[in-house]
Design a protein around this ligand. Structure first.
Ligand code: HEM
Length: 523
């Protein structure tokens, strides 16, 4: 009879638990959407419990009403998507969905939900959308940036990561110092005339990558450099255009002539010809330079293919890794340098404080990257600009590799995930006065949290060039602010417009500035 009593009580407990779960489901279905609208995400024990519930019990994701056939395409036509997505988050919460064709996109707008997807559940969301046009620009997804998460990608990623690590330790500091000194000379030659510095920043950033990749630096006027930049910029711009994305959402359009797509194919062929030539020249050299990324990649490739790893990596992987580094490492860093100078024109007193810090700490010498721990004001400036204008404001799209959930919402396999880094960096729940330029928030006691700062993304698809970018931003900014004072051109009363033009990279509209040499300081 004891056994019968135990079975009956276990049965009763089981029924109570089932009843509780059903009640919670009903409560979530009713309350979920309304609560999401005002607070963004749910929190507390109910959310944790809800993660174990079957997917059908998840509330449906909020989002703007979707129209017949075109879905939410209208939302994607906005000229500044990071700002638009951030504004939609204020209405629909920190996680919401947009429908385009038969694709569902989920936009994540706070560092909490972004980290849940990209760090905590990284293996569910490390994929990239498998789109037709991405295949065209990436030799069928053999780039790191557009490759889907699979065994081939992991082997490729390891190869490039270790080549970059090797260059980081052997030559990166010297390469960046050389570019910083070269940039200094260019600015001196302008003799305090008003100029647009964007091209000089682009050449400096690109020279860091071409020095690392091929051991080659270019002058601004070099036709080879101009050709390389024009075709890389064209590819990024064309690929972001709606003429091209329409081919992904509506496959039927691929059957019709499309001049924009034709231009894209031509630019991709040009890019490949340039890189192929560089690799050929490198292989033809008598003295191979193991310090370059190309050298390290080719050596790594040989070593890797001699092991019995299962996936074969080829010269195409080395070729496409070079494309990744050139595209990933040029406009991003150049654009950040442009933003740093522009923000300083808005608050000149910040520039004075950084200059005084550089004078006191360095006592006249040029900085090394290891000085960064003794230069908190300079670091806070860089962090604040990365927060306000992250170079890749919507990161790159991710894809759910399997059914999963974020913030308690069911996310089916193949959903496209957009981490809105710009939105996360302007989240009023995390940042006081989020739209103001206040580097001091990152100084001790300033209340800013570097944990919520995610300009390089997070998790398995974290920016591969994060370490390169951080060293480059630090050294270029420190060199320039040590030797120049940036001021507005005479007669110009308003500082540059800070809204920016958003594509894959968030750029500032061109502006002119005077780089006035500081009095000479000797070590
Ligand atoms: C301030 C400068 C930079 C910023 C803010 C930045 C930011 C980012 C972001 C947000 C992503 C996407 C992460 C994701 O998918 O979740 C990314 C990816 C990537 N970045 Fe950067 N980046 C910068 C500089 C660089 C540099 C200098 C390089 C190369 C040397 C580089 C190479 C890459 C590559 C290869 C990827 C693709 C990673 C992958 O798909 O796994 N980036 N970057």
């Amino acid at each position: 009879s004891n056994i019968i009593a135990i079975v009956i009580s276990m049965g009763a407990i089981f029924l109570v638990v089932v009843l509780l779960i059903v009640l919670i489901c009903i409560w979530r279905d009713r309350a979920g959407q309304g609560a999401q609208k005002s607070s963004g995400t749910q929190s507390g024990p109910l959310q944790s419990l809800s993660q174990f519930l079957p997917c059908s019990s998840s509330p449906s994701l909020p989002g703007p009403p979707s129209l017949f056939i075109i879905g939410n395409m209208k939302e994607l036509a906005h000229d500044h998507l990071p700002i638009h997505f951030t504004n939609l988050a204020r209405r629909y919460g920190n996680i919401y969905q947009l429908k385009c064709g038969n694709t569902t996109m989920v936009i994540l707008n706070s560092s909490e939900v972004i980290k849940e997807a990209l760090v905590k559940k990284w293996s569910d969301f490390a994929g990239r959308p498998i789109s037709y046009t991405a295949g065209v620009v990436s030799a069928e997804r053999r780039t790191i940036s557009l490759g889907d998460y699979n065994e081939e990608w992991r082997a490729h990623h390891r190869l490039v990561h270790s080549a970059l690590q090797r260059c980081f330790h052997q030559s990166l500091h010297d390469v960046i110092e050389r570019q910083a000194l070269h940039l200094r000379k260019i600015l001196m030659d302008y003799e305090a005339n008003a100029v647009d510095l964007s091209e000089d920043f682009t050449v400096a950033a690109s020279n860091v990558i071409t020095s690392l990749a091929f051991g080659k630096e270019y002058d601004k006027s070099s036709p080879e450099l101009q050709q390389l930049h024009s075709c890389l910029n064209e590819i990024v711009a064309l690929w972001g255009s709606s003429w091209i994305s329409a081919l992904d959402f509506f496959p039927i359009l691929r059957k019709f002539p499309n001049p924009v797509f034709h231009r894209l194919l031509k630019e991709v062929a040009k890019r490949d010809e340039i890189i192929k030539q560089h690799l050929k020249n490198y292989k033809a050299q008598d003295k191979k330079n193991g310090d370059t990324i190309t050298g390290a990649l080719l050596q790594g490739l040989e070593k890797y293919n001699n092991t019995d790893e299962g996936v074969l990596l080829t010269d195409t992987h080395v070729h496409m890794a070079t494309v990744d580094l050139l595209i990933g490492g040029t406009e991003t860093n150049a654009s950040m340098m442009n933003w740093i100078v522009a923000f300083l024109l808005h608050r000149p007193e910040v520039q004075t404080r950084v200059y005084e810090e550089l004078c006191t700490v360095l006592e006249g010498r040029y900085p090394k990257y290891s000085d960064r721990h003794r230069l908190p004001i300079l670091c806070s400036l860089i962090d604040e600009v990365l927060r306000l204008r992250p170079a890749a404001p919507l990161a790159l799209p991710h894809r759910a590799i399997r059914d999963s959930s974020i913030a308690g919402y069911f996310i089916p396999k193949d959903t496209v995930i957009i981490p809105n880094l710009f939105g996360a960096h302007h989240d009023p729940a995390v940042w006081t006065d989020p739209y103001s330029f206040r580097p001091e928030r990152f100084l001790e006691g300033g209340g800013g949290s570097t944990r919520a700062l995610i300009p390089f993304g997070a998790g398995a698809r974290l920016c591969l060039g994060e370490a390169v970018a951080k060293m480059e931003l630090f050294l270029l900014t420190a060199y320039l602010l040590r030797d120049f004072q940036f001021v507005l051109p005479e007669g110009k009363s308003s500082p540059p417009d800070l809204r920016g033009v958003a594509s894959v990279v968030l750029k500032i509209k061109s502006y002119e500035v005077i780089a006035r040499p500081r009095p000479v300081t000797s070590p």
